[in-house]
Design a protein around this ligand. Sequence first.
Ligand code: AMP
Length: 189
Amino acid sequence: MRLAFFGPPGAGKGTQSTWLTAYLSIPHLSTGEMLRAAVEQGTELGQAAQKYIEFGQLVPDELAIQIVGERLEQPDCRSGFLLDGFPRTASQAAALDALLEQRGEPLDMVLNLIVPEDVLLERLLRRGRVDDTREVVQKRLQVFQAETAPLLKRYQARSQVRPIDGRGTPEEVTQRIKTLIDQYRTKAD
Ligand code: AMP
């Protein structure tokens, strides 16, 4: 299955991705994780990305598109994948469309995790990642509203979006996602 997780920072995409990729035996393609690994390894890409991440800004589209394009070439993506944190801008979405069209592999679903802003702030400030200070978190939420939220329309126009209530415990959210996935699989059979 080919899936993309959509939702603001702190919505629980990372947590739910761990469960979902195991459930479906598909790789987890998190651009945030790939970029953080590149920063830690001190690669050229990591050096280029570091300042953006620290300030809560998006890294340039070319970097994000390159990292996803290369990852999709790996053989484990043949059985499907879960995109987490990509696409985040209109040009990333256009690049993804082109890549998937070339492969003849459209997305099956876009899972839209919906969580009110006060809950997001509370979750992010508790998490304690380097880019989880109050100032940077607020910046990331603003960037999400300005750049990423509008992309939903593109996928809604193709009836690919499935809204999920992201409130409550991780287990409760998992159960909601599982129901959607199981329904989709039953229909596809
Ligand atoms: P995340 O782990 O998805 O919250 O991403 C953490 C940070 O990595 C973001 O605040 C951005 O600085 C950067 N990042 C992750 N994915 C992307 C992307 N698709 N485009 C641009 N920047 C990204």
